[in-house]
Ligand binder design. Structure first.
Ligand code: FES
Length: 119
């Protein structure tokens, strides 16, 4: 089981292959996923302190490029926890002013992932 360190929360064990956004939500990471995990909003943004996946989805690249955010952060909804990782949640629900963190993302990556190497 991969170990996930969430800055400000601590270390948790996560089922291998779980979506990072769900691993954060299920471990009180105070995260946001406004679009429900469809690579549209970028509110699920995280910084990897270590263990950044070497692959990303084409949908992640596309939305970050559209918003001129390439290289600034990664999207938790487009990342899987396959190995140990240490992340910092960049957009906190408690500071967002939103009424809720967003609809719960599905268990599998949406949209259906086309994996590419992280630039
Ligand atoms: S981009 Fe909206 S939840 Fe990830």
């Amino acid at each position: 089981m991969p170990k996930l360190i969430i800055e400000g929360v601590g270390e948790v064990n996560v089922e291998s292959g779980m979506r990072l956004v769900l691993a954060l939500s299920d471990n009180t990471a105070d995260n946001v996923h406004a679009c429900g995990g469809f690579a549209r909003c970028t509110t699920c943004q995280v910084e990897f302190v270590s263990g950044e996946p070497q692959q990303c989805t084409q949908a992640e690249l596309d939305v970050l490029e559209r918003k001129n955010k390439s290289g600034d952060f990664r999207l938790a909804c487009q990342s899987l926890v396959n190995d140990d990782m240490h992340v910092r949640v960049l957009m906190k629900f408690s500071e967002s002013g939103r009424p809720d963190p967003g609809p719960r993302p599905e268990n599998t990556i949406t949209p259906a992932p086309e994996w590419v190497e992280t630039p």
